[in-house]
Design a protein around this ligand. Structure first.
Ligand code: AMP
Ligand code: MG
Length: 327
């Protein structure tokens, strides 16, 4: 019998509600917090924004899916990692629905959800995943019951690096798409390249880019070189993870997966390694409620439910702490 899952995403800038019926997407409603020009995301402001929008997003998702809360079989929510006050809002709504409508609750690990929706939508089976978003940057692959982290950023996530650099250059948020566009006209200038073992670091490159900008180096050259350097680092680690695991697929996901140059560079590496590149469709590579709903459904099919008393948020929850019982 088919099952309907409602998923709530609320880890950072996006508040989203997704509804899936088995593998079919019935609704994908969301709103994004965008800070004023020149400012970062203040957690209090993001929380206020989500609080004001949450009820409407939920209502619209139910209308789109043509269901009412009584019709759902499971309520899923992003339990972590993320901004604590945003996570709390999502968890609160999920608990309310669970208790009031007597629906089983599933707390979903947000990075796991990025991977699962990626696998569903691209049809890849057992990839090395390059997860590159505003809040996380990791090279991940499944091994013995868990998604293992083979390499990760030692400081800031790559999407955050794009945003910090863009902000200091006076560009619009989110910074990724703007830097990508400007980079098309740029030439190489020397930048640091920081890979340590399987891990990488982005904050020093951002600082060097800021220094170059102050010295009057052209912004398009900075944007171009920034991308080349950061992406090469990511791909070096991904390539070694491929070699180590002997897997034959790369999945790229997270908001930065929208970047064409990153995909181009990954494609070249995959070709050389006889591997296949899968890129999560743009609509679902950033944060969304559908990935939470779908992962919640996979977990509920494997009887991985969350008791109300265990549904507290986990702001630092790592992907490699999750037992993957549904594979
Ligand atoms: P997420 O956290 O997964 O929702 O992704 C948001 C992040 O993706 C932000 O930091 C954006 O700057 C970044 N991003 C979005 N589009 C692009 C792009 N075309 N190139 C690089 N970064 C991007
Ligand atoms: Mg994300």
């Amino acid at each position: 019998m088919s099952k309907i899952s409602l998923g709530i995403e609320s880890t950072a800038h996006t508040f989203g509600i997704g509804v899936v019926e088995d593998k079919k997407i019935l609704a994908d409603e969301k709103s994004f917090y965008k800070p004023p020009l020149g400012q970062g995301m203040l957690p209090r402001k993001v929380f206020e924004f989500h609080s004001e929008n949450a009820a409407n997003i939920l209502k619209n998702a139910l209308i789109k899916a043509n269901i009412s809360l009584k019709d759902i079989d499971v309520v899923s929510f992003s339990q972590g990692p993320g901004l604590p006050n945003c996570l709390t809002l999502g968890a609160f709504i999920a608990r309310y629905i669970s208790i009031k409508y007597k629906k089983p609750l599933v707390g979903v690990n947000h990075p796991v959800a990025h991977l699962e929706i990626g696998k569903l939508l691209t049809d890849c089976k057992d990839p090395v995943t390059v997860y590159c978003s505003g809040g996380n940057t990791q090279i991940i692959a499944y091994e013995s019951g868990r998604y293992r982290v083979f390499g990760e950023t030692l400081d800031i996530p790559i999407g955050n690096a794009f945003d910090v650099l863009a902000r200091s250059l006076g560009l619009e948020m989110p910074g990724g798409p703007v830097i990508e566009k400007i980079a098309k006209k740029g030439k190489w200038v020397d930048l640091p390249y920081i890979v340590k073992g399987m891990d990488f670091s982005f904050s020093g490159i951002v600082t060097e880019c800021q220094r170059l900008a102050k010295r009057g180096v052209k912004i398009e050259d900075i944007a171009y070189s920034f991308q080349e350097s950061c992406f090469s680092m990511l791909i070096e680690a991904a390539e070694r993870a491929l070699a180590h695991t002997e897997k034959k697929e790369i999945l790229v996901t997270g908001g930065v997966a929208a970047n064409q140059r990153l995909n181009e560079m990954l494609e070249i590496m995959c070709k050389e390694r006889d591997a296949k590149l899968f890129s999560v469709p743009l609509k679902y590579s950033g944060d969304n409620g559908v990935m939470i709903a779908y992962t919640g459904l996979l977990m509920s099919n494997a009887k991985c439910f969350t008791r109300i008393e265990d549904s507290f948020i986990k702001k630092d929850w790592r992907i490699d702490e999750v037992d993957v019982k549904w594979m």
